[in-house]
Design a protein around this ligand. Structure first.
Ligand code: GZL
Length: 359
């Protein structure tokens, strides 16, 4: 009994320890504080979350009855990048720390819009208080967002946006300024190339606002301020390391004079680094590499001299999400766009900053 109890406790502690948020003072790689090990496994803090899939399995969603707790349905895109995992960990960690006031119903859409829509419809049937989700692409949301509005359930867009035509169908968007991020990346590239050279672009998921707006910011900044830098090619790597590497391999076969890569996220930049090395060239030297997100792997690559810069995109949005949701549940109005503040980091900043990275 003792052994199984201890195993259960350890599992709960490890679960909580690994499930730590960006902002928590227990970095994701450590287990939870020793004090947790004394806790009865029933008391160990667990995210008070169910998988929305439970509702799918029963064919009909059970109505949530959580008293005056905030019941929030979160329809996550998937697990395409380290950044996305950081966001998921932060949301689940925050909910696990506030089980007395929060009920989190979490769904993972495996990158599919139809799964996000299905999860949102389940949340409506469950009668959650607020729905939050990162729209995987900008279009195709009018019907389901109208259903949320008709059900009287406010919607928070997280880390991405939807088409202007749906502007009246959600309460707020909590995200970074992607146009600004793209322009910052262009300034780093322009500086690294001394104002002239050839660049290839690894774009994010086709149709995603983060990809569309980073491209808009990057391309416009180059055109306005670095007319002698040419974007010779630009293709989607779908925000994944594997596809980023594959597309970079094809770029290297097509062009022998690439001076820099702008990747719409660091995961694709890390894939490009692999491809450049396998082609016998030195990433960070022969070909400069700039990404977005600010994941730990990008700082490690910069410390190794293989990457030259990253524009941070804060995934640690849980506190803002849940605090905003509580205001919406109380009938308060909030700003239409709650913008995250992001940093810009170059290779020379990386060593000092690396210990501070939490995702
Ligand atoms: C940005 C977010 C993007 C990240 C990628 O807010 O939507 O999605 O930059 C992730 O890493 O896939």
């Amino acid at each position: 009994m003792r052994k199984s109890f201890l195993a259960l406790t350890l599992a709960a502690v490890i679960g909580v320890g690994l499930l730590t948020g960006c902002g928590s003072d227990t970095p994701a790689t450590e287990t939870a504080p020793a004090a947790e090990e004394e806790k009865d496994v029933d008391e160990a803090p667990q995210a008070d979350e169910e998988e929305a899939g439970d509702a799918e399995e029963t064919g009909e969603a059970e109505k949530k009855d959580s008293g005056d707790k905030l019941v929030l349905g979160f329809a996550q895109i998937g697990q395409e990048s380290g950044w996305r995992d950081g966001e998921t960990n932060d949301v689940q960690w925050y909910a696990a720390q506030h089980t007395d006031t929060i009920d989190l119903v979490f769904a993972d859409a495996q990158q599919k819009q139809e799964n996000q829509i299905k999860a949102i419809r389940n949340f409506i049937d469950m009668g959650v208080d607020v729905i939050a989700f990162p729209p995987v692409v900008e279009t195709g949301w009018e019907a389901v967002l109208t259903e949320c509005q008709e059900a009287g359930i406010p919607v928070i867009l997280v880390d991405r946006g939807v088409d202007e035509s749906c502007a009246d169908l959600y309460a707020t968007q909590i995200s970074s300024d992607f146009v600004w991020e793209g322009a910052q990346a262009a300034d780093i590239v322009g500086d690294l190339l001394g104002g002239s050279g050839k660049v290839v672009e690894l774009e994010g998921t086709v149709g995603a606002s983060a990809a569309n707006e980073r491209k808009e910011g990057f391309d416009k900044e180059l055109a306005d301020n670095y007319p002698d830098i040419e974007i010779v090619d630009s293709q989607t790597g779908d925000f994944t390391r594997a596809l980023g590497k594959e597309v970079m391999e094809s770029f290297l076969k097509s062009y022998d004079d690439i001076d820099a890569v702008f990747a719409h996220n660091d995961d694709m930049a890390l894939g490009a680094i692999e491809a450049i090395k396998e082609a016998g060239k030195k990433p960070g030297e022969d070909i400069k590499i700039v990404g977005c997100d600010g994941v730990k792997g990008a700082f490690e690559a910069m410390v190794a001299g293989e990457m030259n810069g990253t524009v941070e995109c804060n995934p640690c949005l849980a506190e803002q999400i849940f605090e905003t949701a509580a205001k919406l549940k109380a009938g308060e109005t909030v700003d239409k766009w709650i913008v995250s503040n992001d940093g810009v980091f170059r290779q020379e900043d990386a060593e000092a900053e690396l210990p501070n990275r939490t995702y």
